[in-house]
Every structure is written in structure tokens, then in C-alpha cells.
Design a protein around this ligand. Structure first.
Ligand SMILES: CC(C)(COP(=O)(O)OP(=O)(O)OC[C@H]1O[C@@H](n2cnc3c(N)ncnc32)[C@H](O)[C@@H]1OP(=O)(O)O)[C@@H](O)C(=O)NCCC(=O)NCCS
Length: 205
């Protein structure tokens, strides 16, 4: 059972019977305010335990992807202030095995916001706790879609890019979006003008 509560003049918020607001409660006044890349950056640190590993003593790929999904979801939700669902994951690259007893450092940030979707990059480092040495172990690009209180897809707030690196990632995200939508059968190559122009420019160089 749930009851409605009028918190703002123009808005009706749903409140559960136990008086806990639903996890999807978003202030409509600030819902579409732009936010900076740094506002939603997430760093997660985990210890690799026996249950996380395969018979070779390396961290299981699926376990790592689970952590990456959580890290990216926190960034998506920090940025949008909404529940976000994973729409796709691409370019998952396992560069270096992560060993039992090592420390895993995951970092996620928004590269670009489109309409309802946003691309989030996740980078994973492995740290040997005995030496403190770190190495790049894994990267992936996640696409999340923001949903509203009725779980319908909804616009995500714009991202503010502040550095040259943010700008580089912002531009590259558009080409990746074209590629993933083509591979998902959601876009025709003929309609991917950004990607086509980019590919032609690299051939002409
Ligand atoms: C992802 C989902 C919301 C897309 O819904 P849909 O009705 O197909 O929506 P649309 O075609 O209008 O696409 C909505 C957005 O998702 C993007 N999208 C859809 N499929 C995508 C894919 N395979 N890869 C990347 N982006 C995708 C679209 O480009 C669009 O982005 P935009 O609004 O920024 O332009 C829907 O398929 C869904 O709910 N999937 C299940 C999600 C889930 O359960 N995830 C795991 C648990 S969280």
C-alpha cells in the first residue's frame, strides 16, 4: 500500500506506507541541472578473496564485471540523481589477471550524456599490497539509461566538461555510441554521419 504526499505545490511525491521515500525520489527543480564530471566520479577499492577467484587463483571476469557495473551505476545515479539501468557494456578488455590477495581499484566517470542515456567509463587497476605497485588491469564503457519514478526512461542532466581530457573523452564517446547502436541493430551506418566523418578523417590523414 502507498499514500501520496504533497511536498511541493506542483509535484506529488509517492511515499511508501512505512514512510520511507522510494529510492527514485528526485527533486524535479534540480533534475536537469548540469553537473561536472568530478561531481559523479566514483572510486571503489576491493580486496580479492578466495571466493572471488577461479582455480588458477585469478579474479573471475564475471566477479570483476559485477563490481564494474556497481561502480558505473553509482556514477550514473550520482550524475542523474535518478535510478539508472544498464543498457549495454562494450569494449571490455581484460589486460592483466588480478591475483588472490591483491587490491582492486575501480574508477568511473561520465564521458558524455546523450538524451536519456549516458556513457560511463570504468577503469580498473590492480595493486600488489606488498610492493604498492599498480597496473592497469581492465577498462570498459557502460551505457546507462535514466528512469523516472514510474520506471520510464527520462532525460538525463547535461555534463560539464572542464579539461582537455574530459573534452577528448566527450568527443570519442559520440563515435562509440554510433558504433554500439549500429552493432545493436538500432542505427544504420548511413545515419551515423559523425562516425563516418571521423573514420574518413582518419583515413585521409
Ligand atoms: C535500456 C532500455 C531502457 C532501452 O529502452 P528502449 O525502449 O529500447 O529505449 P530507446 O530505444 O528509446 O532508447 C533509450 C536510450 O537507450 C539507448 N540505448 C538503447 N539500446 C542501447 C544499446 N544497446 N546500447 C547503447 N544505448 C542503447 C538509446 O540510444 C537511447 O539513448 P538516448 O535517449 O540517449 O538517445 C530498455 O531496453 C531496458 O529497460 N532494458 C533492460 C535494462 C536492464 O534490465 N538492465 C540490467 C539491470 S539494471
Amino acid at each position: 500500500m502507498r499514500v501520496t504526499l504533497h511536498l511541493y505545490k506542483e509535484v506529488e511525491y509517492l511515499v511508501l506506507a512505512n514512510n520511507q521515500p522510494p529510492a527514485t525520489l528526485t527533486d524535479p527543480k534540480t533534475a536537469l541541472e548540469s553537473r561536472k564530471v568530478e561531481d559523479s566520479r566514483v572510486t571503489m577499492t576491493e580486496f580479492v578473496l578466495p571466493n572471488d577467484t577461479n582455480t588458477l587463483g585469478n579474479m573471475m571476469g564475471g566477479r570483476l564485471m559485477h563490481l564494474m557495473d556497481i561502480c558505473a551505476a553509482m556514477t550514473a545515479q550520482r550524475h542523474t540523481r535518478r535510478v539508472c539501468v544498464t543498457a549495454s557494456v562494450d569494449n571490455v578488455v581484460f589486460r592483466s589477471p588480478i591475483r588472490l590477495g591483491e587490491i582492486v581499484i575501480l574508477e568511473s566517470y561520465v564521458n558524455r550524456v546523450f538524451n536519456t542515456s549516458l556513457e560511463i567509463e570504468v577503469r580498473v587497476q590492480a595493486e600488489n599490497p606488498m610492493t604498492g605497485e599498480r597496473r592497469q588491469a581492465n577498462t570498459a564503457y557502460f551505457t546507462f539509461v535514466a528512469v523516472d519514478e514510474q520506471y520510464h526512461k527520462t532525460a538525463a542532466p547535461p555534463i560539464e566538461v572542464e579539461t582537455k581530457e574530459h573534452q577528448r573523452r566527450y568527443e570519442a564517446a559520440l563515435h562509440r555510441r554510433d558504433l554500439r547502436l549500429i552493432f545493436a541493430g538500432r542505427k544504420r551506418l548511413d545515419d551515423a554521419s559523425h562516425l563516418r566523418d571521423y573514420l574518413l578523417s582518419t583515413i585521409e590523414q
